[in-house]
Design a protein around this ligand. Structure first.
Ligand SMILES: *Cc1c(COP(=O)(O)O)cnc(C)c1O
Length: 500
């Protein structure tokens, strides 16, 4: 099995010079080589030194010297050493690494949209404004909220914007309040957001099902609580079934319910946060709505909210005149101000809208059902070998722990690295923190039964290896160009650019 899967996914045969010292392979420069050839000068020569004055370089720049084909081969080769969703399953939990349909790319490249300059007068930009307006309407419908801004450039940026809205509203009520409640299962960006917005973070313990402990919540919410930041489904892939009660408890004390909507892949077409008491939330277009991410493209983290937060939305806000034309409103005295240049990452808007329109309501609902089905299929096929710390039904992702394997000295990180040998991107390792040694798996709806079965086979085979030949797992990966990196040094002293 092991060799078969490796064969299936390995990108061509390993050439001897590629497996040796990585440094030697990488360094291709040698003096005097050029990737261009200029014709003889047929105009009067200029004295560059005096023309440039002080700006004239005294020494030539230390640039690599290569021929054109060496450059092409270098980058093409490097690109094949990467893993990508276009090569196979990418089960990175919480990240929703679904397939990005090619038609999105086609639509985003339509000249009139791709070339629309942000300074173009509104009268000449009605097409792209229509796209923005339609996407806003779709997202408002999907979330059940009243209004939206598309400005934020990522999920974390959306959180920041959403909490700024909450803060501005509390201020308008006379008191910005002091603290924000965050469950212990939350994504790290949640506490970071609260702190950056000037709030104290108060930790909220999860109950045995992985949800909010209502009694603890009731004790902790007071007149100084600005909001609860809740991910639903939570980062262990569990739907918060008491969400209505949670909203009521917060609202009774004048606090708001913020929803981290990064996990909307489990809800679209099924349940709407606006209907279950959420006041403000962000979406990750680059997760749920299929725009490239993860070293791919820019993100987009729209913030949807209820009517009472509308006056505080970032400027400008899009509106439609009676004649149907679209315009930007900059005159909004209560606005929190701009959070990004221009209108947001418009290329992402086009892709997300193309995705939404291509699927339609039924397609989106089917997508959600398939995402949940796939996660539960993986869960059922692996739960006899991997420990399942929370038995609550899974939504779009499933979280195991390495408890059984750890007894043999094998940790979640070792299993993840061994998975690379089987031709898969690792799942999310050691997150959420409430599950010690977590294996967080999100297959997404994109994967076929065949691909899921290959993944399941790989995971089962690794569990067997842990029993029979743990060293093989501990020293993985064996099929990559480089094996285990020194992760601490890589994080502390990253080498991010080429030096001569
Ligand atoms: C991905 C994610 C975020 C942050 O989104 P970015 O676009 O990476 O900033 C926040 N919360 C959860 C639960 C996420 O999965």
């Amino acid at each position: 099995m092991a060799t078969e899967t490796i064969e299936r996914k390995t990108l061509g045969k390993v050439r001897p010079h590629q497996t040796q010292n990585e440094g030697l392979v990488f360094e291709k420069s040698s003096p005097g080589k050029k990737a261009y050839k200029l014709p003889p000068l047929d105009v009067p020569a200029v004295d560059v030194a005096s023309a440039l004055g002080a700006a004239h370089r005294q020494e030539p720049a230390a640039l690599p010297e290569l021929s054109e084909i060496e450059i092409i081969r270098h980058f093409t080769r490097l690109s094949t050493w990467n893993y990508a969703i276009d090569l196979g399953m990418y089960p990175l939990g919480s990240c929703t690494m679904k397939y990005n349909p090619r038609v999105n790319e086609f639509v985003a490249r339509i000249e009139g949209l791709a070339e629309a300059h942000p300074y173009r007068p509104e009268a000449q930009a009605q097409g792209i404004l229509e796209v923005i307006d339609l996407l806003q309407k779709c997202l408002i419908e999907i979330t059940g909220m009243d209004t939206i801004t598309l400005q934020p450039a990522a999920g974390a940026h959306g959180e920041f914007t959403g909490i700024l809205l909450a803060r501005a509203w509390h201020e308008s009520q006379g008191n910005p309040r002091k603290k924000i409640l965050i469950p212990d299962s939350a994504h790290g960006t949640n506490p970071a957001t609260a702190a950056i917005c000037g709030y104290q973070v108060e930790n909220l313990k999860s109950n045995a099902e992985g949800g909010i402990d209502l009694e603890a919540l009731e004790r902790q919410v007071d007149e100084e609580t600005a909001a609860l930041m809740l991910t639903n489904p939570s980062t262990i892939g569990v739907f918060e079934s008491q969400i209505h009660r949670i909203a009521d408890i917060l609202h009774a004390k004048g606090a708001l319910l913020y929803m981290d909507g990064a996990n909307m892949n489990a809800l679209v077409g099924k349940a709407r946060p606006g209907d279950f008491g959420v006041d403000v939330m962000h979406l990750n277009l680059h997760k749920t709505f299929s725009t490239p991410h993860g070293g791919g493209g820019p993100g987009s983290g729209p913030v949807a909210c209820k009517k009472f937060l509308e006056p505080f939305l970032p400027t400008p806000v899009l509106y439609t005149k009676e004649d149907g034309t679209k315009h930007w409103d900059y005159n909004r005295p209560q606005s929190v101000g701009r959070v990004r240049a221009f209108y947001g990452n418009t290329g992402m808007f086009i892709r997300a809208l193309a995705y939404i329109l291509a699927n339609g309501p039924d397609g989106l609902r089917q997508t959600t059902e398939d995402a949940v089905l796939n996660a539960n299929y993986v869960r059922k096929k692996l739960e006899d070998l991997y420990e399942l710390p929370y038995k609550t039904p899974s939504m779009h992702e499933v979280v195991f722990s390495d408890k059984r394997q750890a007894a043999k000295g094998i940790k979640t990180g070792d299993i993840a690295k061994r998975l690379i040998d089987y031709g898969f991107h690792p799942y999310t390792v050691s997150f959420p923190l409430i599950v010690p040694g977590a294996l967080m798996i999100e297959p997404t709806e994109s994967e076929s039964r065949e691909e899921l079965d290959l993944f399941i086979d790989a995971m089962r085979s690794i569990a067997k290896e842990v029993e029979e030949s743990p060293e093989l797992v501990k020293s993985a990966p064996h099929s990559t160009r480089v094996s285990r990196l020194d992760e601490v040094t890589a994080a502390r002293k990253p080498v991010l650019r080429w030096r001569a």
